[in-house]
Design a binder for this molecule. Structure first.
Ligand SMILES: *[C@@H]1O[C@H](CO)[C@@H](O)[C@H](O)[C@H]1NC(C)=O
Ligand SMILES: *[C@@H]1O[C@H](CO)[C@@H](O)[C@H](O)[C@H]1NC(C)=O
Ligand SMILES: *[C@@H]1O[C@H](CO)[C@@H](O)[C@H](O)[C@H]1NC(C)=O
Ligand SMILES: *[C@@H]1O[C@H](CO)[C@@H](O)[C@H](O)[C@H]1NC(C)=O
Ligand SMILES: [Zn+2]
Length: 684
């Protein structure tokens, strides 16, 4: 491909970001948009593709449906026992008994996972990791989203363009829009490299004459999947997209020459939705998990679970290919009933920033930024996007740390925020338990202009920073270093340090040089404070002044936004939010952050009893994820507690950071060129 120089560089940016994906502590990039763009989605009524079902057919389906079972005992082998074995659906009872028609009320979405036969054979350990991460992701998503459940087993549609060579187009013919001739070489339905088992698919018929009901069955109906509202094909692979290292070498060879560690595989996961139902709701999707992600050295349970949640949210509706099919159910009492098409929901604001304008998103963002500005739709990332296009991620300057930002950082800093949940609510397909949103903190109460390129350099902002100073990550659980990344477009924020960043980890105090001098204390209740405290020495009366940096001291809450701190060897003292204070025996001051501590009950270190994710209501959980009649549906086990953080791959993270910084400088001038129009959010 002989691209002109600017585009070649553009590819460069993309690839660089892809590279960053995986390494703990560095950015993770999602390539959802690239992948979904290559997909042809089957849009149909998946359950009854041949028109409204007759009563006999409904009865037949009801007969097939399995009663809820307790499933297999937890943890038994069979996670991928026999992908090829079809569901053996033997039914007794309930013949002719169709459930009485009750108005649907939304219930937690049942996400069924299925490992396709194309998936790579995993070792026992890899399997265990995969199972744990996906189980957690599914549990969390189904505790957040409710749907009008699919009645009867879920059956996906076949793509008429694939199996049919010729469709009757005479609108007055009886067989209008039905298939007249089959393709001889029709084999099966696929989605992102996954062959969909016939058993998951509705059948299809051929009508050889335009006006005769005579038909031949090309494929019979499959059994479908009972108790399933969304079918997740979980494909573990080592694809080119996972690797991307060849391209990486081309682009970064000068940098990489010195950094052999950087030739690691890259992308963590990606996803597509494959099929939507008659209301437009996605009912099936593929999440590809890159196998290297499950390798012991790089595996982090929470980061993998987060990546799966991120991809699931895309596949469930947070996608630029689905934004225009969202439905407005605000005038309807029940989700999914009596809803109207929303039409286009993405529009540029006054500065050219593309935003999602739907009611819950606008309200959530207005509430978050404490502004009534009606222009505050959900801002979409503009980086890997052509002018006028949109991406399926939030603008990271405005919603830094959101699960749906393009770059997922250290898992302890990623949140399932209110604006993301509002967006899922506004799809019209789900009832979302908004009370489970996690505090984003970032930008809270900062007003409509927060995150704009014109204001982020403003030194009065307590979220952005300038220079290369040391300080605190904005949630004050981590020390930070003032840095940028390509998505910040020149704005800078305090990002967690590569090493010993967490104030809440007691083990970080080990070997921390100069602790005696600075009075630092690490531990579960320690937080990061901007300070230049130095212990006074009896012999020296005045020390040279030292610069302010982020350090860890203990804190305890005495009220909302009110707290005390404790420096090593000293008493607890009040730290007035927004003010400074001095500590006896030390010279210098501690700055007491305003509206960051003792205000957000859910901002806490990850630990055995304080999860980084909301604790789900487990009432429906077992049914949600286990109905294991067949080996390949994941026998997901009951909730397991999050385990402690595993170690980070420091060397690799640092090395990639170097690569990013170097290439980023190279790319910036180019960015200015491609956005010949002023970049969104530039100076008014
Ligand atoms: C369409 O079908 C009707 C009814 O079968 C028939 O009378 C008519 O000639 C057909 N029209 C065309 C253009 O084939
Ligand atoms: C939403 O989640 C909260 C916290 O888990 C729970 O207490 C509440 O009952 C849920 N609300 C609904 C409507 O499910
Ligand atoms: C991080 O800490 C480890 C162990 O203390 C050390 O070997 C490594 O060099 C440190 N890395 C950086 C970037 O400081
Ligand atoms: C600590 O920082 C404050 C504010 O920047 C400064 O006024 C003071 O001189 C510094 N003190 C020492 C001992 O460095
Ligand atoms: Zn994504």
């Amino acid at each position: 491909m002989a691209l002109p120089p600017p585009q070649r560089l553009w590819v460069g940016i993309v690839v660089v970001m892809v590279v960053v994906v995986e390494l703990p502590g560095a950015l993770q990039k999602c390539i959802f948009d690239e992948v979904q763009a290559e997909m042809r989605v089957v849009r149909a009524a998946p359950i009854y593709p041949n028109g409204p079902p007759s009563e006999a057919r409904l009865r037949a389906l009801a007969r097939r449906e399995l009663p809820p079972t307790s499933g297999k005992p937890p943890g038994q082998p069979g996670w991928r026992a026999s992908p090829l074995r079809s569901l053996t659906v033997k039914q007794s009872s309930s013949l002719g008994k169709i459930a009485p028609h009750t108005p649907p009320s939304p219930q937690p979405i049942r996400i069924q996972t299925w490992i396709p036969r194309e998936s790579e054979n995993l070792s026992g350990a890899e399997n265990g990791r995969l199972e744990a991460a996906v189980e957690e992701a599914v549990r969390i998503v189904s505790s957040l989203l409710s749907v009008n459940r699919v009645q009867g087993p879920l059956l996906l549609s076949r793509d008429i363009n694939k199996y049919c060579k010729f469709v009757w187009r005479n609108s007055s013919a009886i067989n209008y829009n039905r298939c007249g001739r089959a393709h001889n070489n029709y084999r099966s339905e696929t989605c992102l490299g996954v062959t969909i088992p016939d058993d998951h698919l509705a059948g299809c018929d051929i009508y050889p004459e335009a006006d005769s009901p005579r038909k031949t069955v090309l494929r019979p109906d499959g059994g479908g999947l009972p108790h399933t509202d969304f079918l997740l094909y979980l494909h573990v692979q080592s694809t080119d997209k996972c690797r991307a290292e060849k391209v990486l070498k081309l682009v970064l060879s000068p940098v990489l020459a010195d950094l052999p560690l950087c030739t690691q595989p890259t992308v963590a996961a990606y996803a597509v939705h494959c099929q939507t139902d008659s209301h437009g709701r996605p009912v099936a999707g593929v999440v590809v998990i890159c196998r290297h992600r499950l390798a012991e050295e790089t595996y982090t349970h929470q980061a993998t679970a987060q990546a799966v949640i991120h991809e699931l949210f895309h596949a469930l509706g947070f996608s630029k290919d689905l934004f225009h099919t969202w439905r407005d159910c605000s005038s309807s009492s029940q989700v999914g009933v009596g809803c109207a098409a929303r039409g286009e929901v993405i529009h540029p604001d006054g500065w050219g920033q593309m935003r999602i304008y739907t009611q819950s998103v606008i309200s959530a963002l207005q509430k978050h930024l404490a502004s009534t500005d009606p222009e505050l739709g959900g801002p979409l990332e503009n980086l890997d996007v052509l002018p006028g296009g949109v991406s399926s991620h939030w603008e990271s300057r405005v919603l830094q740390g959101s699960i749906m930002a393009a770059a997922l950082e250290d898992f302890t800093t990623v949140r399932i925020d209110p604006v993301t949940l509002a967006a899922l609510q506004d799809t019209g397909w789900y009832t979302v338990n908004l009370s489970q949103a996690q505090s984003l903190v970032w930008g809270d109460g900062e007003g409509a202009m927060f995150g704009s390129l014109s204001t982020c350099q403003d030194s009065s902002s307590s979220f952005f920073c300038t220079g290369s100073a040391l300080g605190c990550h904005f949630r004050h659980l981590h020390k930070g270093e003032c840095q940028t990344d390509p998505y910040l477009e020149g704005c800078q924020v305090y990002k967690p340090l590569k090493n010993r960043s967490e104030c809440w980890k007691r083990e970080n105090s080990r070997g921390s040089a100069g602790q005696a001098r600075t009075g630092e204390v690490f531990g579960f209740d320690s937080r990061c404070f901007f300070t230049n405290l130095t212990r006074q020495n009896q012999s020296q009366s005045v020390l040279p002044s030292s610069s302010v940096e982020g350090r860890c001291y203990r804190h305890r809450c005495t009220g909302p936004n009110r707290y005390q701190i404790q420096v090593s060897g000293c008493d607890w003292v009040d730290c007035p939010a927004g003010g400074t204070m001095q500590i006896k025996g030390y010279q210098g001051v501690v700055f007491c952050p305003d509206r960051r501590l003792c205000l957000y009950p859910d901002v806490a270190p990850p630990s055995g009893d304080v999860n980084i994710f909301p604790v789900p209501n487990t009432s429906d959980h077992s049914e949600t994820v286990t109905s294991g009649q067949d080996g390949t549906r994941s026998p997901l086990r009951p909730t397991t507690e999050l385990t402690a953080v595993t170690g980070l791959s420091f060397a690799a993270a640092v090395c990639v950071l170097v690569a990013v910084m170097a290439s980023y400088r190279k790319c910036r001038s180019f960015r200015a060129r491609i956005h010949s129009a002023p970049v969104a959010h530039s100076d008014p």
